[in-house]
Design a protein around this ligand. Structure first.
Ligand code: PRP
Length: 186
């Protein structure tokens, strides 16, 4: 278990700090490989799969996940943001970048770091669903199960997450802590 001490992962300049490791790098690695195997066998091998990473939060999860999926696929990104520097969603999900890749007729797998209020997924499910994908599925590393009206339930979930603000492995607080190789709570 990595120690959360100043000078290692944390700097003197950061006021808000991770307090507890919730998922270790080893636990994440194990779970990512399990999910990748399930995804590999889920899609018909001769049909096109587009893996869409939702930036910025999914960048580490996505890169680990696609390297463990054993079938042809393409990768593109969507950029959405709603949290800014706070720990609660603004409710206003901004779509800052649309995928270049065509959606129509392809199996689309959206990869998200965390489903929290569900606002981001609800906005994206509508935007992507309207573009005629052969299928639209969601894979989320973390799911808090707080949203009561999710437009798209994740087919694959890494971990059912506690109702705490989580950082690391792509997740940030005011842009800090994305590079931590584990997930921790503030
Ligand atoms: C975070 C996180 C998810 C989303 C989940 O993104 O990465 O995409 O919020 O929260 P929700 O279910 O309440 O919508 P954020 O808007 O902070 O942008 P980021 O990915 O660039 O960190």
């Amino acid at each position: 278990m990595p120690e959360l001490t100043k000078g290692h992962w944390l700097t003197e300049a950061v006021e808000t700090e991770p307090k507890r490791v919730v998922y270790t790098a080893e636990a994440i690695d194990h779970r990512v490989r399990e999910i990748a195997q399930e995804i590999t066998s889920f899609y018909p091998p001769d049909e096109e799969l587009l893996v869409l990473g939702l930036l910025k939060g999914s960048f580490i999860f996505l890169s680990d996940l696609v390297r463990a999926i054993n079938r042809p696929l393409h990768v593109d990104f969507v950029v959405a943001s709603s949290y800014g520097a706070g720990t609660t969603t603004s409710g206003n999900v901004k779509l800052l970048y649309d995928p270049m890749a065509p959606i129509d007729g392809r199996h689309v797998l959206l990869v998200e770091d965390i489903v929290d209020s569900g606002n981001t997924i609800n906005r994206l499910a509508e935007a992507l669903g309207n573009r005629g994908p052969a299928s639209l599925e969601l894979c989320a590393l973390l799911h808090k199960h707080l949203a009561t009206d999710l437009a798209l339930e994740p087919r694959w979930v890494g971990f059912d997450a506690p109702p705490e603000f989580l950082v690391g492995y792509g997740l940030d607080h005011a842009e800090d802590f994305r590079h931590l190789p584990f997930v921790a709570s503030l």
